[in-house]
Design a protein around this ligand. Sequence first.
Ligand code: CDP
Length: 232
Amino acid sequence: MENDTVEVIAIDGPSATGKSTTAKLVAKELGYTYLDTGAMYRAVAYLAENGELRVENSLNLNEIRISFDKNNQILINGVNREGEIRDPKISTVVSKYSAMPYIREALTARQREIGSGQPCVLDGRDIGTVVFPNAKYKFFLTADYGTRAARRLLELQAAGKALGETLESVEKNLRERDKADSEREIAPLVKAKDAIEIDTSHITIQQQVQKILQSVGEVARCKHSLGATRTG
Ligand code: CDP
């Protein structure tokens, strides 16, 4: 299932805690591949909502091609759908699809395939608990609701997708998704026991990145010396 010899950095946590921005920068700094697993669930939700994918009983990944361009924007069957998958309409339905066992099974298999083949930073909800439970480095990002809603609204405004959205409507979606993602039966959103928790409410993205890079360095040094003790 998992290739332990490859470096995996798992960054989990609820929406709008800065996971993807942080993960992208950490990956860039280390020269690792970045995989946005949430974008994959959003892609499935987008296709299902548009009647382009039937997901009632099974998900045949051969029917769809999900990939990413060099700017980490999602390509569905080769077409850039980054704008579409980030639409608030998709945010309101995505948790329904991500709770479906066959969808999780198919996407988890794809994520393991990608993460086992190369050093990788993956962000999501279940990377450190289910996708790569033996990941060498695990982080769990949190932030208070006010901060998260303000961040997400700014992102939507910057992308021209904030029409009709308010801090209240955005926070409502975040709370509903947290509840659905945390209470689902399979691979719920939960902090892995061995994950390092970082509250991002009052720190900058650069500080988040630094904290993770510093911890990766410390864990690497510690594991190296433990290994040396055991074998020496
Ligand atoms: O962008 P945002 O932080 O709002 O969420 P996302 O990372 O794009 O994830 C969208 C949704 O996909 C989440 O609300 C989860 O329902 C689902 N998801 C998941 O179930 N497992 C993952 N590893 C990643 C995302």
